[in-house]
Ligand binder design. Structure first.
Ligand code: F6R
Length: 611
């Protein structure tokens, strides 16, 4: 949800900012802009992608050693040049970028309009900026002081970075609810929404916390709270390589990330799983094993793809650990006054660790005494810091807007957590436990094997690319995979797709079936195999086109389906780790076949930092 970049130091600011914006474009691509401060404050903005901005500034004066840049996911005001950031204050002396939402902007705007402030955009950002300027003018104070006063009135979420015309040696930033990382170089500082624009310059970073202000000069970083007290910056070392955020020979990040899954699953298991000894090592679980294994109830909160991972975890935790589990959409959970008892365990699942609804849901639950366990991909992200304990998914940066490798990594971590608790509780037979550990260990190789049939899936995508709708069906562990397959297709190819438990089909969706409807079955071998075979027959009887994800050697479904996608045989509990991958590929190739930008699907943003 909007990417922000800023630079101050001896380099030319524009190339640093432009490159950073390209790296952050996955967060939003409705418009892009930069403000550069030399003797003059120069602002260039353009609706559309960063490449459009780059083209539009050719021949312009771009010289400056301080600047701010923004790539927008529109909230207040349509995507357009005039709503693009950076915004200029009414006097033109301040420029600001913003990621987040100012909820009480209408009230602030009314106050300012009454005082005669003009507005040039429809954004909440311009309101906040003019409000800051108004306070500065009225109080004859520094920008820092004005910002502190203004932010006390602001309801909402923000990361903002400001440039002030008469102070080209200073950037001022503040954060509440949206992410901000500051990279510390030699006589220079880099600011960004995540570390990807920073790593090629420095690995030393500070994650700014909520309600903190940063005053940044070339060789000075001062952090303060809103009460004007100084805070010692906590400098961390980034464990991230540049290659991890580049396409590495693939045309699209999404494709690269799908193909990375043998490695990401391996990385996620590395150092944790020891099949020989029959152990799972996870400090975050081990240190709180009593709390987790004695939980009366586990509530999983997440959104989107992470919520689908949560559904699979529900089945695994209930089966292995015999603990009741509820899976909640974070956006519903946070608003519906849920019953939470001290001792309840909340598992928050999030790739970005910055999803606004998930953050607030767990903050509310924490206040009511719940124990929060985060399953997060982005190291140092908000959810990882709010949680009492957690486990990282170690999938590496996920740049494609649609989540792929993060999902399988989440599944691995959740399986490991469940098995560790189950072993502690003795709620799983030892031979089953050992078999599942061995299965987990074999998954990276099995993913490699199934990826060899990518060309076949590409052909299927070509065959079905003109479908208007698609139905995805599965039972048991395969039902959430069906939901995830449908979500991927919707996001990437804009084909309407629905996921259902296969048995629910007869309660309504079967009415959709005709010879034009592809029905994708997730039908790997499990306890429900015969039942899903019957469901396939029911679709065939109505002339639906059946595409089935099946286990190798499944002659029955091979004989029934119009098309198949084969995955290696595995346990039903680990099957989602394999069966989801052909569906990711199918969506990706289908989007590519339609000529769509699979890395940046329309209207979406990678990290949903607004509710
Ligand atoms: C779908 C997708 C989204 C995210 C959702 C939650 O491909 O990427 O549905 O899963 O926005 O995001 P995180 O996991 O970052 O909390």
């Amino acid at each position: 949800m909007c990417g922000i970049v800023a630079y101050i130091g001896p380099r030319e600011a524009y190339p640093v900012i432009l490159k950073g914006l390209k790296r952050l474009e996955y967060r939003g691509y409705d418009s892009a802009g930069v403000a550069l401060l030399d003797r003059e404050l120069k602002v260039y903005r353009k609706q559309g992608r960063v490449a459009g901005l780059e083209e539009s500034v050719i021949g312009k004066d771009l010289h400056a050693h301080a600047g701010i840049g923004h790539t927008r996911w529109a909230t207040h005001g349509e995507p357009s040049d005039r709503n693009a950031h950076p915004h200029l204050s009414a006097s033109g002396r301040l420029a600001m970028i913003h990621n987040g939402i100012i909820e009480n902007y209408a009230q602030l705007k009314n106050e300012l309009v009454k005082k005669g402030y003009p507005f040039k955009s429809d954004t909440d950002t311009e309101v906040l900026l003019n409000f800051i300027e108004y306070i500065q003018d009225n109080n004859h104070c520094s920008l820092e002081e004005a910002l502190r006063i203004a932010l006390k009135r602001v309801v909402g979420a923000y990361v903002i970075v400001l440039l002030e015309k008469d102070h080209p040696d200073t950037l001022i930033a503040a954060r509440k609810g949206s992410p901000l990382v500051i990279g510390i170089g030699k006589g220079e500082h880099f600011l960004a929404s995540d570390a990807s624009p920073i790593i090629e310059y420095t690995k030393e970073v500070v994650y700014v916390n909520d309600y903190e202000l940063a005053i940044i000069k070339c060789d000075e970083l001062i952090l303060k709270n809103l009460g004007n007290e100084k805070i010692t910056p906590y400098i961390q070392k980034l464990d991230l390589e540049l290659t991890a955020i580049e396409k590495g020979g693939y045309d699209h990040f999404m494709l690269k990330e799908i193909f990375e899954q043998p490695d990401t699953v391996f990385d996620c298991l590395r150092g944790r799983l020891d099949v020989g000894k029959g152990t799972i090592t996870m400090a975050g679980v081990q240190n709180h094993l009593d709390k987790l294994s004695q939980a009366k109830r586990i509530i999983i909160v997440a959104c989107g793809t992470s919520w689908h991972a949560g559904l699979i975890a529900e089945y695994v935790l209930e089966e292995c650990c015999r603990i009741p589990v509820e899976v909640e959409y974070a956006s519903e959970f946070r608003y519906r006054n849920p019953v939470i008892h001290p001792g309840d365990v909340i598992i928050a699942i999030s790739q970005s660790g910055e999803t606004a609804d998930t953050i607030v849901a767990i903050e509310n639950a924490k206040e009511q005494g719940a124990f929060i366990f985060g399953v997060v991909n982005v190291v140092g992200s908000s959810i990882s810091r709010i949680s009492h304990a957690g486990a990282y998914t170690h999938a590496g940066p996920e740049i494609g807007v649609a989540s792929t490798k993060a999902f399988t990594a989440q599944l691995v971590v959740l399986l490991l957590i469940a098995l560790k608790i189950a072993f502690e509780k003795r709620s799983i037979p030892e031979d089953r436990y050992m078999k599942l550990l061995a299965e987990l260990q074999s998954i990276p190789e099995k993913i490699k094997e199934l990826l060899r049939s990518a060309d076949h899936i590409r052909n299927l995508a070509e065959k079905y690319k003109d479908a208007r709708d698609a139905l995805y069906l599965g039972r048991g562990y395969s039902f959430p995979v069906a939901l995830e397959g449908a979500l991927k297709l919707k996001e990437i190819s804009y084909i309407h797709a629905e996921g259902y438990p296969a048995a629910e089909m007869k309660h309504g969706p079967i009415a959709l079936v005709d010879e034009n409807l592809p029905v994708l079955f997730v039908a790997t071998r499990d306890a429900y195999h015969e039942k899903i075979v019957s469901n396939i027959q029911e679709i065939k009887a109505r002339k639906g086109k059946v595409v089935a994800v099946i286990s190798e050697g499944d002659e029955i479904i091979t004989g029934l389906a119009d098309d198949i996608m084969m995955v290696p045989v595995t346990d039903e509990m680990t099957a989602p780790l394999l069966s989801v991958i052909p569906l990711q590929l199918f969506a990706c190739y289908l989007g590519m076949a339609k000529g769509l930008d699979v890395d940046k699907p329309r209207n979406l943003a990678k990290s949903v930092t607004v509710e």
